[in-house]
Design a protein around this ligand. Structure first.
Ligand code: NI
Length: 137
């Protein structure tokens, strides 16, 4: 019988962004991104779930220590993103259009080196209550 199980930690951060593709015209950008294209940025309240899947450790009964996971997320993700401008302030997002999709992949890349193999990592990121992405799909 498999002992694989998923452990999830939910976190929250606020950040500003502007969605814009410099290869497209102003009209195309506005049509594509709507309010998210406004030049002076705007904020979102992001809800982040970090999901780690692995075997239960026989000694601890844990897949991993959620307190440590929380500290890892704080250090490697929240301290970089929370109350920052995703277009301007985050080195990992330089030159990247900060859609929810691209942001979730950036968060995955920030955390993947911190999660020990062969544990699986999945990022679930809500930009609004109704819109969210999962990476890997
Ligand atoms: Ni937006």
């Amino acid at each position: 019988m498999t002992r694989k199980i998923a452990v999830c930690r939910r976190e929250h951060f606020n950040a500003a962004h502007r969605l814009h593709n410099h290869l497209l015209s102003a009209a195309e950008n506005e049509q594509l991104y709507g309010k998210c294209n406004r030049p002076n940025y705007h904020g979102h309240n992001y809800e982040l779930t970090v999901k780690v899947t692995g075997e239960i450790d026989a000694r601890t009964g844990y897949v991993l220590d959620t307190k440590q996971l929380s500290e890892t997320i704080k250090e490697h993700v929240l301290d970089k993103l929370d109350h920052n401008n995703l277009n301007l302030d985050v080195p990992e997002l330089q030159g990247i259009n900060p859609t929810t999709e691209n942001l979730a992949i950036a968060i995955y890349n920030m955390l993947r080196p911190q999660i020990k193999e062969p544990q699986d990592l999945k990022i679930i990121l809500y930009e609004t209550e109704r819109n969210f992405v999962e990476y890997p799909a």
